[in-house]
Write a protein that binds this ligand. Structure first.
Ligand SMILES: [Zn+2]
Ligand SMILES: [Zn+2]
Length: 455
């Protein structure tokens, strides 16, 4: 078992249900060795290994591994799934169970990377009991019917799904299924998934038939909702792309009982300019680059006039979007001009608009209003320009503070304070401040490269 820089299991953790659990690192490792060894022997002779989730539960159920706040043994079978999945994430984080690196591609630039996501988990909020963030710790709404793309259920067409809570024991038929095997959707699996209703249909056998025949988009949406219901939003690893700096959020732990549909890499099967002669696939399809550029230029002309600015270069960038300090791909950015250098070359200020971020936002949000967003982005960058001319940019300060606050919520306040004390502030604020001029320089540099390239 690979154990790079072994980290101990935290001795005491807060779980999403509000329960506090104690963990024994020594007992967990001893029992894990026995469980993993026995599995290796058994799997060598068998066809399909049981799922990683059931394996982890087996380890948590080992003698003295898991206890309640007062030290009494705690049976993992009785835990609600979100609690159990946090404990599983900690097993992988601490290397008690192995996690092979997953293969991913950057959501922004498409560059491939490999990482074992659980090693990047921020565990501070669990150990420090800071599970009160309105967004990251919001419980799933089990009372609601959640909208999904249409699927046929019996003779009806339904567009919603309702889940109920499940304990580990109730979910066991699903947790035991091998992670890489084909899933057979049976009534008992439907019960284990906790799908209480599809539309108005509540009979497990009818739901099982419907799920087995569900179109890909409906199944993918149901699986996404399942993950939302069972895995707290904090069970995420943030990986920053080495190439473009984008933030990629990865599921923790990597092994989950229901596999999400593979995400398409950016640009897959899409031509930036649209295939010649092709017709838009649907009404309101995203504009091709030429049409987009025309709309941006028309908007800029109007907004520059309204705000009384001139001579700001406008560049529509169809390449990999730059990211903000938090790793979010930008819709637009502003780079101040520079005075003449040794060669007498001065650069005018520039507003850059990132075509691919607009396209991605529109794809992910059907309500995304392209023209309104173009207007807002240009107006926003003009504000940066005016602040820059005035000598200070409070908008920029505000954006940086917001990114730091977001980071703090994820890392946890107590953990951030510990890191600051240890001088690890670099990861929080220092890094951010130190890197932001680089992307401005890069942006200006590639603008020149583009222009030099004959555009
Ligand atoms: Zn990237
Ligand atoms: Zn801004």
């Amino acid at each position: 078992m690979p154990r790079s820089a072994q980290r101990p299991l935290p001795a005491r953790v807060h779980l999403p249900s509000g329960r506090v659990a104690r963990l024994s690192d020594a007992a967990a490792r001893a029992h894990a060795a026995a469980v993993l060894g026995a599995r290796a022997d058994r799997d060598a002779g068998e066809r399909a290994p049981i799922g990683a989730c059931a394996r982890d539960v087996q380890i948590l159920a080992g003698p003295s591994v898991l206890a309640d706040a007062r030290g009494a043994p705690l049976d993992p079978l009785g835990l609600p799934l979100p609690d159990a999945h946090v404990l599983r994430a900690l097993l992988a984080f601490a290397g008690v169970v192995p996690e092979e690196p997953g293969a991913y591609s950057c959501e922004n630039c498409g560059a491939p990377f490999e990482v074992a996501p659980s090693s990047l988990l921020e565990i501070g909020p669990f150990t420090d009991g800071e599970l009160d963030d309105p967004e990251l710790d919001r419980p799933f709404d089990f009372g609601a019917s959640h909208p999904v793309p249409a699927l046929r259920v019996g003779r009806a067409l339904c567009r919603s799904v309702r889940f109920v809570e499940r304990t580990v024991e109730e979910a066991m038929p699903l947790l035991r299924a091998p992670c890489d095997g084909a899933l057979r959707v049976t009534p008992s699996l439907v019960a284990a998934m906790g799908v209480a209703a599809l539309g108005r249909e509540r009979r497990a056998s009818v739901i099982a038939d419907a799920l087995a025949r569900a179109p890909d988009d409906a199944w993918a949406a149901i699986v996404d909702l399942y993950h939302e219901a069972r895995y707290p939003a904090r069970l995420v690893a943030v990986h920053r792309c080495a190439g473009c700096g984008a933030r990629n959020d990865l599921d923790v732990p990597l092994a989950r009982e229901l596999e999400r549909a593979p995400l398409r890499a950016p640009g897959d099967g899409e031509d930036d300019r649209g295939a010649p002669g092709s017709t838009p696939r649907r009404a309101g399809a995203f504009p091709d680059l030429d049409a987009f550029e025309a709309r941006v230029r028309a908007a800029a002309e109007r907004i520059y006039a309204a705000r009384g600015v001139r001579n700001i270069d406008l560049f529509i960038d169809a390449g990999v979007p730059a990211c903000d300090d938090g790793g979010e791909p930008l819709l637009g950015c502003y780079a101040p001009g520079t005075p003449a250098d040794d060669l007498g070359i001065a650069r005018p200020p520039e507003i850059r608009i990132f075509y691919r971020t607009f396209r991605l936002e529109a794809r992910e949000d059907p309500g995304f209003d392209v023209d309104a967003e173009i207007d807002e982005t240009i107006d926003h960058e003009v504000t940066h320009h005016l602040h820059h001319l005035a000598g200070s940019d409070p908008l920029d300060d505000e954006e940086r503070e917001q990114i730091e606050r977001e980071q703090l919520r994820r890392v946890g306040h107590a953990e951030a304070a510990r890191r600051a004390r240890r001088g690890a502030l670099a990861e929080l604020g220092g890094f951010v401040r130190a890197t932001w001029p680089i992307w401005v320089i890069t942006a200006v540099g590639s603008a020149l490269a583009w222009c030099a390239g004959g555009r």
